[in-house]
Design a protein around this ligand. Structure first.
Ligand SMILES: [Zn+2]
Length: 490
């Protein structure tokens, strides 16, 4: 209590002084100012343990990182080899960046996790230290701040990107496995004398916290990177390798001893025969082993057209990464029904992969109780996702209603009634089509077209991580609902 009063007095004094000399800075941001002022007046970082637990696995940290922090951290780590978690309660910044980065590397070396608790506040150099956590979590009410740096007359953005002043930070983020975009983003987010509080979407996007959903975004980003060349059929080996190695890692079952299911088709434009490759794995059900849900997403896109890469981040790296995510979930949490995870090829050329699948199904078609298809699910300016197919299969409507009740999305129905002239008919527009033709019930998750649809600008930078995460959550809940309360045919 006493400490707080003291800190307030210090703030008040500096406040008056600053107001006199720099009135315009003073009003730039309440929070930013408080941090700047407190760095001068606040206590230096201290580490402490709470309670009288035998195992000292959690250490708490409060205060500004300073020249002594490296030695303090080394001591804490050395004295407590059982330490797993650093809780950063209130770390508003650092007054010695060299020490901060060195201390942070020590944290990572020992594989300690970082956590910002309820109402916690970490900013600036404190944020850099937070990123040293092997696993990183932030409480919903906690704040994480970033800003640019400056010294003398120069601000960070005044230096060219390849200038040595940027190097130590870039090297640090590389060591921590944080996307380097994060660094450039912090420089733009707020000037040195201000602070930007990261939004939930930004925290997701820059992989600031580690979680299953970060893996989702990582996979989407990889699939949509230039290195993957736009994933055109016949030229998407890297995407195939990413999906198969993930299926292997999570231990999905294989049909015919291989995830890869090659097929041939006639290209509608050239009339020539071409080859595509579906990637298919499954998780066996614990109860209704012979009944299958087929989850699907096409992983192919347009590739390189006129020397321009069409990355297809939304179409359909989003559905593909979601498919991988859901496969990972169900491999750890076995469903009652068996679930097939199918990454289809050659969708963009005419639904060829899914057509091949239903024509050469590894299981009898009558054993497929439902196809859940995902195509373009990572952005919509109205926060709206369409669930397509309930007009044809009304028995699923109430199940969607049930799980969308708690969803943060606008869940809409439609695009599935051929007599509705106000909306395009999507029952044959994606990989659900071949299932529909074979009279296999199917539900597709997809959003309305956006300005970057089938454009080179359908890039990872333009997706909405929060929306995407919510859609994947909705699909997961829907699939669990189907699995546990499958509507019995009358
Ligand atoms: Zn698509």
């Amino acid at each position: 209590m006493k400490k707080i009063v003291l800190a307030l007095v210090v703030i008040a004094i500096i406040f008056v002084g600053v107001q006199f000399y720099f009135p315009d800075i003073l009003y730039s941001s309440t929070w930013g100012q408080r941090i700047m002022l407190r760095l001068e007046g606040d206590q230096v970082a201290e580490f402490y343990f709470e309670g009288d637990k035998e195992t000292k696995d959690t250490v708490y940290m409060k205060g500004v990182i300073y020249s002594g922090t490296l030695d303090d951290i080394k001591e804490v780590l050395q004295d407590n080899p059982e330490l797993t978690t650093l809780v950063m309660v209130d770390v508003p910044g650092s007054i010695d960046d060299e020490v901060n980065l060195a201390a942070s590397k020590e944290i990572r070396k020992q594989g300690v996790d970082t956590y910002i608790p309820k109402d916690g506040m970490v900013a600036s150099g404190g944020t850099d230290m937070f990123l040293a956590g092997e696993k990183r979590k932030i409480h919903q009410t906690a704040k994480l701040g970033v800003h640019s740096w400056g010294g003398g007359e120069m601000a960070a953005l005044d230096y060219p990107r390849d200038h040595k002043e940027h190097k130590k930070y870039l090297e640090y983020y590389a060591v921590m496995g944080i996307p380097l975009d994060f660094y450039w983003y912090t420089l733009e987010a707020a000037p040195a004398e201000d602070i930007h509080w990261m939004t939930e979407g930004e925290i997701e996007k820059y992989e600031v916290v580690t979680s299953a959903t970060s893996k989702l975004l990582q996979n989407q980003k990889k699939l949509a990177s230039d290195a993957f060349g736009g994933r055109a059929t016949g030229n998407n080996l890297l995407a195939q390798e990413l999906i198969t190695s993930y299926f292997t890692e999570i231990g999905l079952g294989k049909f015919d001893d291989d995830y890869k299911q090659p097929f041939t088709f006639i290209d509608e434009e050239t009339k020539k025969q071409r080859t595509g490759t579906n990637i298919v794995g499954f998780v066996e059900g614990t109860n209704h082993t012979e009944q299958y849900i087929v989850m699907s997403a096409h992983y192919d896109h347009l590739g390189v057209v006129n020397d321009t890469i069409y990355n297809g981040a939304d179409d359909n790296a989003s559905g593909t990464a979601a498919l991988m995510e859901l496969a990972g979930y169900f491999s750890k949490n076995p469903p009652e029904h068996s679930i097939i995870f199918a990454a289809f090829d050659a969708e963009e050329l005419g639904l060829h992969g899914s057509t091949h699948f239903v024509d050469h199904s590894p299981i009898p078609l009558q054993n497929i109780i439902l196809n859940i298809n995902m195509d373009m699910i990572s952005r919509n300016s109205n926060n709206e996702i369409y669930v397509v197919g309930t007009f044809q299969y009304p028995e699923y409507k109430s199940m969607v209603d049930k799980v969308s009740h708690d969803s943060k999305l606008n869940v809409s129905f439609g695009h599935d009634d051929p007599t509705d002239s106000t909306r395009a008919f999507w029952m044959n527009s994606s990989d659900n089509g071949p299932f529909f033709k074979k009279m296999i019930p199917n539900i597709t998750f997809s959003e309305e077209d956006h300005p970057d649809y089938h454009k080179p600008s359908d890039d990872f930078e333009n997706i909405d991580p929060k929306f995407y995460k919510n859609v994947v959550q909705l699909i997961l809940e829907f699939t669990k609902e189907i699995d546990q309360n499958f509507p019995k045919a009358q």
